[in-house]
Structure formats: structure tokens, C-alpha cells
Design a protein around this ligand. Structure first.
Ligand code: ADP
Length: 545
């Protein structure tokens, strides 16, 4: 302590202390009597000046049980300063016990001899600072907690992310598999489509084949006896499109003499699993002419091996049968035709043989003539047969030259002139020339003239007319014979057609005009006939010039 004598009295010094901003008080004795306390300290305590001079326990009874009195006493006894910051003290302010925080110091004030005479108590209310620090700390810890939560959340997120990535990878793999499966599916679908269209195509081809073969189809349910037949089949059987018939009813259309044959064929197919093939005659339902049918079929079985249905095709072979018949007839006619001149030739030769030692010149001439005629007839027949087969094989070759028609007409048919029964009269353009196969055209003319001799024997004159008609030469051969009935005219040029088949007097193979027409058509010309019953016939043909 300074010994410097103060110019201020104790009261003045106290007054100065009283006005200091820092809360200050002085305590003495073990009871810590409040020797003095400035306004700032009084305000902290929430009391008034009446407490000065009172022991702390009396002035501030709320401090009982708090550590401050002990601390003050310790400073008084030890001389050691005690200080603290943010130290809580509970004080009664406005009748209410409240907590405040202080930075404080208890400092021992010593006499010159070193004895502690009092304790200087200074304090600063830091309650607000404390609270804001606390708030800060709280916020900090909240922040940390939040941060920790965030970190945890982040970790979870990362884990979730990892899981997601893994799922994503799985998804991608699944996607790839799906894409592959899809591709396979697409491929399968494509294959199916292709197979389908091939099947369609095949079905179309089959249908076309069936249609172009004029083929009908049918199928019979052997259990119900129901028959399903195509429109073509109905047409063949003369059944109206809107009418349905059973298998039994269809058998009723079969001509009685063929029913067994058809039933046996069906039974055969059922018993053997082989397909059947049968030809039979039917009487169509619409009352039309009997028809020849060729029917095929095959049975179908259930898993126990019972035949449940039978199906197949039907074609109308009436024309084919007629054609076969025509061929048979033709063979018999051809044989007969050949037989006559062969018999005649044979007879002439036998006579010659028998009379060879002693034969008159007249008889010899007659027999040679007979042989020649027979030979000629045989040659003509053979020529016709050869021409027919050549034409059937499409092998008719033309050897064209330029020749004068009238000249050709004068040369041909000498046998007629020699006979002297008919006069051949040539009319028209005698200089007209054509470029054609002279030998074949000669053959056509001979055919027509021979027919005139054969079918119009009383026509004394046979007229040849040559004329130019546009770019064509037109040659007509007219007789004044019996003529031909109109309904037969259009058939004359058909193969094997003979307008009057009664008797063999005027017999022929029915080939002459057919062969002639083929020759003319091959030249690019036309052939035809005009005829009036009782007046005669004019056969004509044209040739391009
Ligand atoms: P073919 O004389 O061998 O019977 P063709 O084809 O030469 O065969 O003649 C067909 C048919 O045309 C003859 O069967 C005959 O009935 C008829 N015909 C041909 N020419 C005449 C004609 N000038 N007058 C009447 N009928 C004819």
C-alpha cells in the first residue's frame, strides 16, 4: 500500500467508487459484512442501499447454499485471489429467484503489515454473453448433430446410391436379356410370318393347281355322315350352291352299276390307310347328262386309330372318256379302212398268182390297175396317219417356195382327170403367186377335191377359183353336190369328225379336213366352208401373199 496521503477524504473516495461502471463491493469479517457496494453492484443484486452494513447472509439470503460466502471467507483467510468467469449465481430480483452469470474477482486487501483487512469484490454481469455463448454452443452442437445426421444420411445415401447402382447394373443386365429375348421373339415372329406366308403361298399354289385342274374337293365326316364339298364339286354333280348333301345322298347320284365300286374304294381307303382312286358314272342332280368322274380320297384317323373322316378330289373326266372312246373308234375305223384296200390288193395278187401261166393282157392290166388303186388308197391312209402323228407332236415343217397357184391347181388331181368322171374347171387370177409349201398346199387341194368326188359324186364339175383378197390369195373349190347341214359345218375341221357316219360307203378317217386346216393355219391363212343343202359346198382357204 502506498503511503501517499490522499487529497480525497474517505467519503469522497467512496463516492468515486460508487460512480464506477464496474460493480464493486467491499466485504469484511467472517460474516462478510457489506462495507460498501456501488450502484452497479446494488443493481446486480437487485436490492437497495439499505443492505450496506449487513452481513451477506442477511442482505442476500438467497446466496445461502451457494459457494460464494465460502469463497469470500477463503480469500479473507488465505489472502489468495479467487476469480471466475461465466460463474452462475442465483439472485432474487423483483421477488423472483433467477440465475445470472458473472465474471468476478474476490481480491484480498492487505494492510501494510500484510494482514488481510477486507475483500474487494468486482463483478461484471455476463449473463447475456453467457446465454449467447450457450446458444452458440447449442447451435454448434445442433449443427454438429445435424452435420452428423447429414453425414449419416450421406452415408445412407451413398449406400443407397451403391445399391441403386447395383440395381441399375442388374436392370441394365435384365434390360439386355430382355432386349435379347425381344430380338429372339422378333426373330421367331419373323420366322412365323415367313412360314405363314410360305404356307399361304403353298395354299394359293394348291388352290390354283386345283382350280386349273378343274378339280373339286370334298371331305366327309364319317361319324356324322356330313359331307363338305367345294363349289366346283357341286357344279360337277349338278348340285345348286345353296344345297348341302350327306355322303349317303351323294352315293345316290352314282349310277347303280358303279355304287359297289365306289363303296369298295372308300372301304379300301379306310382299311388300308392308302388313298383310293376310282372312276364311275353319275347322274347329276340337276338332271343333266350322265358324267364320268374320277375321285380320289384318303382316310384320317383319331388317336385310337378309328377312321373319322375321309377327304379327296373329284374331276369330271367325261370329255377324256369321250376322247378315249373316239380314239378307240378311230383305231377300229382306221383298221377297217386299211382292211378294204388290203383285201382288194390281196385278191388281185392271189388271182395274178393263180393265172400267172395263162393270163390275158386285159386281165393283167385290170389286176395291176386294181392293185395300184388299192396301194394308192393304202398310201393315202398311211400318209394321213403319219400327218396326224406329226401334227400331234407339233412337227409339221413347211418348205416354202414361190409358185403360181393356177399352175399348181392344173398339176394336182390328175387321178381325177384320168378317171374322167369329173371336170375340173379353173377360174380367176391365173397369174397369182404365193410363197408357201407347194407340196402341202397340193395335199390340201387333193383332200378337198377327193371329198367332193366322195361326198358329191354327181357333181360333174368341180370349180377352182383363184382370187386376190387384200394381202391374201383366196382359193375356193366348189361342188354342186348335196351340201352339208348347217349345224355340222362348224365341226368339219375337227379331228376324227365325220358328218355322216352311216355305212362305210363314204367312209374316211375324219382326218382330211383336220389335217388341211392345220396346214393352212401353219401358213398363217384361214380355212372354211360355205354350203347350202341341195346346192353344193364351197371349201375355201387363204394364204398370205
Ligand atoms: P373323212 O372324209 O375322212 O370323213 P374329212 O375331214 O375329209 O374326213 O371330212 C369330214 C366330213 O366332212 C366328211 O365325213 C363328210 O361328211 C363331210 N364332207 C367333206 N367334204 C364334203 C363335201 N364336199 N360334201 C359333203 N360333205 C362333205
Amino acid at each position: 500500500m502506498s503511503t501517499y496521503p490522499s487529497k480525497f477524504s474517505s467519503e469522497q473516495l467512496l463516492e468515486i467508487l460508487n460512480q464506477a461502471k464496474t460493480a464493486t463491493a467491499i466485504h469484511s469479517t467472517d460474516e462478510m459484512i457489506i462495507e460498501t457496494a456501488n450502484d452497479a453492484m446494488i443493481a446486480i443484486w437487485g436490492k437497495d442501499k439499505s443492505i450496506i452494513g449487513k452481513p451477506i447472509e442477511t442482505a442476500l439470503p438467497e446466496l445461502v447454499g451457494q459457494p460464494f460466502l465460502g469463497m469470500l471467507q477463503s480469500v479473507l483467510h488465505t489472502g489468495e485471489t479467487i476469480s471466475g468467469s461465466d460463474t452462475m449465481a442465483e439472485l432474487v430480483i423483483d421477488g423472483e429467484l433467477r440465475a445470472f452469470y458473472f465474471d468476478f474477482e474476490y481480491r484480498a486487501i492487505k494492510s501494510s503489515t500484510g494482514d488481510v483487512i477486507c475483500v474487494l469484490h468486482t463483478a461484471t454481469d455476463v449473463t447475456d454473453r453467457y446465454h449467447s455463448r450457450m446458444r452458440e454452443l447449442e447451435l454448434e452442437s445442433e449443427l454438429q448433430a445435424t452435420n452428423e445426421e447429414l453425414a449419416a444420411a450421406n452415408e445412407e445415401l451413398a449406400a443407397a446410391n451403391d445399391a441403386m447402382m447395383a440395381s441399375n447394373e442388374e436392370l441394365a443386365a435384365t434390360n439386355e436379356e430382355l432386349a435379347a429375348t425381344n430380338e429372339e421373339l422378333n426373330q421367331s415372329q419373323q420366322n412365323l410370318l415367313e412360314t405363314n406366308s410360305e404356307l399361304t403361298r403353298a395354299e394359293d399354289t394348291l388352290r390354283q393347281a386345283i382350280d386349273s385342274a378343274e378339280m373339286g374337293t370334298w371331305s366327309a365326316d364319317l361319324v356324322s355322315g356330313m359331307l363338305t364339298i367345294s363349289n366346283k364339286s357341286k357344279q360337277i354333280h349338278g348340285i345348286a350352291e345353296n344345297i348341302e348333301i350327306s355322303l349317303a345322298q351323294s352315293l345316290n347320284l352314282v349310277a347303280p352299276e358303279y355304287i359297289d365300286r365306289v363303296q369298295q374304294a372308300i372301304q379300301y381307303a379306310i382299311n388300308t390307310t392308302q388313298s383310293f382312286d376310282v372312276e364311275y358314272l353319275i347322274n347329276p342332280m340337276d338332271g343333266g347328262k350322265p358324267k364320268w368322274l374320277k375321285s380320289t380320297g384318303k382316310a384320317y384317323y383319331d388317336s385310337k386309330g378309328n377312321a373319322v373322316s375321309i377327304a379327296g378330289t373329284i374331276i369330271d373326266i367325261t370329255d377324256l372318256k369321250a376322247h378315249d372312246q373316239q380314239k378307240d373308234d378311230f383305231i377300229s375305223i382306221a383298221s377297217h379302212e386299211l382292211k378294204t384296200p388290203v383285201t382288194s390288193l390281196k385278191a388281185a395278187l392271189q388271182l395274178l398268182d393263180r393265172m400267172k401261166e395263162n393270163i390275158s393282157p386285159q386281165m393283167l392290166a385290170k389286176l395291176i390297175d386294181q392293185s395300184n388303186r388299192s396301194m394308192e388308197k393304202i398310201s393315202t391312209l398311211i400318209e394321213d396317219l403319219l400327218n396326224l402323228s406329226r401334227m400331234n407332236e407339233g412337227q409339221l415343217k413347211l418348205n416354202k417356195t414361190t409358185f403360181t397357184i393356177a399352175h399348181m391347181l392344173n398339176q394336182c388331181c390328175n387321178h381325177i382327170r384320168v378317171d374322167g368322171k369329173h371336170e375340173l374347171v379353173l377360174q380367176g387370177d391365173e397369174d397369182l403367186q404365193v410363197f408357201a409349201d407347194e407340196h402341202r398346199i397340193d395335199q390340201v387341194v387333193v383332200n378337198i377335191v377327193n371329198n367332193a368326188v366322195k361326198y358329191a359324186p354327181n357333181s360333174m364339175q368341180i370349180f377352182f377359183t383363184v382370187e386376190k383378197a387384200g394381202d391374201f390369195a383366196r382359193i375356193s373349190i366348189r361342188d354342186t353336190g348335196p351340201g352339208i347341214v348347217p349345224e355340222k359345218l362348224s365341226h368339219l375341221f375337227e379331228r376324227y369328225y365325220r358328218a355322216d357316219a352311216t355305212g362305210y360307203q363314204n367312209s374316211g378317217l375324219g382326218l382330211g379336213l383336220f389335217i388341211s386346216a392345220e396346214i393352212i393355219k401353219k401358213h398363217g391363212g384361214d380355212i372354211g366352208v360355205d354350203s347350202e343343202l341341195g346346192k353344193g359346198s364351197t371349201f375355201w382357204f387363204t394364204l398370205p401373199l
